[in-house]
Design a protein around this ligand. Structure first.
Ligand code: GDG
Length: 588
């Protein structure tokens, strides 16, 4: 399957009202040119920005966020993009940017203290790592107020602007754990100023279960803040249910678990699973064009992560060590290539993790290295997107084994880049959102080192057929559910998707294809689920004919049965009054 020729590729979507995105960071950062002293934009090419920025731009919307630099003069003008800038934010004019300015100490207390020191570990169900400090919480409140105020300012700007989307109310979309209080204040102030808007929140990390969430001393305020929205989105249903549970148990809200609704103060808030995707076709193109960078005939197992304790990197290295102990046949045949992107480097915990990783890599390499081979190649740094696509494409397996992760885009990008035959194998942790839905990956509990080593071994020796069938399913799903389709799903959930003439009725007009069948099946097959198909022969698989010998299988049905019988998770039985040999003859 190639990513570019598919009927699944989508047209761009538009929102009915203009969109205001509110995120901790703007979709680019500002840097000061050391020679000229001028501010310059440094673009971001992340999938989220790629999907959201065009919708903001086309609808004449606004982006509210911190520019990545503390400016001495808060009125200093945001520069326009560089004329050569081809990234999705290039068309975002400076008048459509509302920057946040905060006093550096306060911002540090909000960002490093409360966001990364408290919410990040707590929401990843690692409460022992979380600090609960009242001053950090106060800074969080203050900064959220500032974001809310600037968002109301953006709403006023939109009101003044006449043009497209003038009649539909704007959508304010607040992102992530940095801004869980902002929505309520935006709602209140917009109401006071008689400005209509629709409010949404999306959390990129997990929402924890109630017995973890309630450890946060000010947990009620967090829920009330989020419930200021009309719609609240999470990656997966589990997180939605955790949130609903907390609303009921903390605040006593009336809730509807089946329809994912919460009632508060006479309002009904919709809670929706909106699993994010990646720009699938862009990664296919990158993989098609990237030059090979791995000059080895060994099988490469790839890991790509920010260097963060949630990503399970220490466990991963130990599982790989266990693999080499248990299966020495992989010595000199297999390499683990781990790319660890520096993250939050001024935080002690992250510095300790880096040191721990350096030592562990050294110890394992010291233990197993031979004159011509070392088991681990460790890159502490960031690689370019072309190089990343080449790594994804040429790896025999990807190890995506976080201890906890909201979704994990690396798993999806790896799958998109699998354009070679035979494809690689994806190994994913059940504790990542991606592990919930990428059923055909090998599932690996990162905490259980023996089992993890077994799973890696299984990936390395997996037959071509099985790799291909698994990867085809994975790719099909990720292509259908790419980041643009996430954007559409969001707008649909807000009842703000502008239907294009081409789209209306398009789905019902299309004939059912083998890919649709694969997609349908993929809902039923997973690592915990096997599918048993009990199929009647005469009149079902084969049309009724005047003589039993003439009731042959249509070619398409035969191919479908062959494909199904190649899947390890599917069992087929044929039910018939014919004798066994005759049935065998008819279907083979
Ligand atoms: C949060 C949630 C959720 C990594 N190394 C390089 C590089 N990357 C890019 C990958 C990928 C991204 O960084 C990492 O995305 P993840 O999803 O794995 O993780 P978080 O940063 O923790 O993101 C997460 C996500 O939000 C979206 O909602 O999935 O659960 O924690 O896109 O490609 N990119 C380049 N060089 C590298 O070395 N160019």
């Amino acid at each position: 399957m190639s990513g570019t020729d598919s009927s699944a590729s989508r047209s761009a979507c538009n929102s009915k009202g203009s969109m205001i995105v509110v995120s901790n960071r703007l979709p680019f950062i500002l840097k000061r040119n050391e020679k000229t002293g001028e501010l310059e934009r440094k673009a971001s090419a992340g999938g989220l920005v790629t999907a959201v920025a065009p919708v903001v731009i086309r609808g004449s919307g606004i982006w509210v966020g911190w520019p990545g630099i503390h400016l001495d003069d808060p009125n200093e003008k945001i520069p326009e993009s560089n004329p050569n800038d081809k990234t999705p934010t290039a068309g975002l004019l400076s008048e459509k940017i509302v920057p946040i300015h905060a006093e550096p100490k306060l911002f540090d207390s909000y960002y490093n203290g409360c966001c990364n020191g408290t919410f990040w570990p707590l929401f990843h169900s690692m409460p022992d790592r979380a600090t609960f400090i009242a001053d950090h919480w106060k800074a969080y409140i203050k900064c959220n107020e500032e974001f809310a105020e600037k968002t109301v300012h953006a709403l006023h700007l939109l009101k003044q602007q006449k043009g497209k989307n003038g009649n539909s109310p704007p959508i304010v979309w607040v992102h992530d754990y940095h801004l869980m209080l902002a929505a309520n204040w935006i709602r209140q102030r917009a109401e006071e100023d008689e400005i209509k808007c629709k409010l949404a929140f999306f959390l990129h990390i997990p929402f924890p279960p109630w017995d973890i969430f309630r450890l946060f001393p000010w947990s009620d305020e967090v829920l009330q803040g989020i419930l200021g929205c009309d719609m609240v989105g999470f990656h997966i249903t589990d997180y939605c249910l955790n949130f609903i549970d907390c609303c009921q148990r903390n605040l006593g809200c009336r809730v509807d678990r089946k329809n994912l609704l919460v009632e508060l103060g006479g309002r009904t808030i919709c809670v929706r699973p909106l699993p994010i995707g990646v720009p699938f076709d862009r990664f296919v193109q990158l993989a098609q064009n990237a030059k090979p960078v791995l000059s080895t005939n060994q099988q490469v197992i790839l890991g790509v992560d920010r260097l963060d304790y949630t990503k399970g990197l220490v466990h991963r290295l130990k599982a790989f060590e266990r693999l080499l102990e248990k299966y020495p046949e992989h010595i000199e045949k297999v390499v683990l290539l781990q790319i660890s992107v520096p993250s939050r480097t001024d935080v002690k915990e992250y510095q300790d993790l880096k040191e721990g990783m350096d030592q562990l890599v050294g110890r394992i390499n010291g233990r197993f290295t031979t004159p011509n081979w070392s088991p681990i190649r460790y890159i502490y740094g960031c690689v370019g997107q072309d190089e990343l696509a080449a790594f994804y494409r040429d790896a025999a397996a990807a190890l995506v084994t976080p201890l906890r992760d909201g979704m994990n885009l690396v798993a999806k990008e790896f799958v998109a880049c699998q354009i070679n035959k035979p494809p690689g194998v994806l190994i994913v942790s059940p504790f990542a959102g991606a592990g919930e839905m990428m059923h055909e990956a090998l599932i690996c509990n990162p905490y259980e080192l023996d089992d993890a080593a077994e799973v890696i071994h299984r990936a390395l020796i997996m037959p071509e057929d099985e790799r291909t069938v698994r990867m085809n399913h994975l790719r099909r799903r990720e292509q259908l559910n790419d980041v643009d389709s996430w954007m559409k799903a969001f707008l649909k959930a807000m009842d703000s998707l502008e239907e294009e003439a081409d789209d209306i009725g398009a789905t019902s007009m299309q004939p059912v294809t083998i890919d649709d069948f694969d997609e349908y099946l993929s809902k039923y097959i997973g690592y915990t689920q096997k599918l048993a198909l009990l199929l009647d022969y005469d009149g079902t698989l084969a049309p009724i004919a005047p003589h039993p010998d003439l009731a042959t299988l249509p070619l398409e049905t035969k191919h479908t049965l062959q494909r199904l019988s190649n899947m390890s998770d599917v069992y087929i039985a044929i039910i018939s009054g014919r004798n066994v040999d005759n049935v065998k003859n008819m279907v083979s």
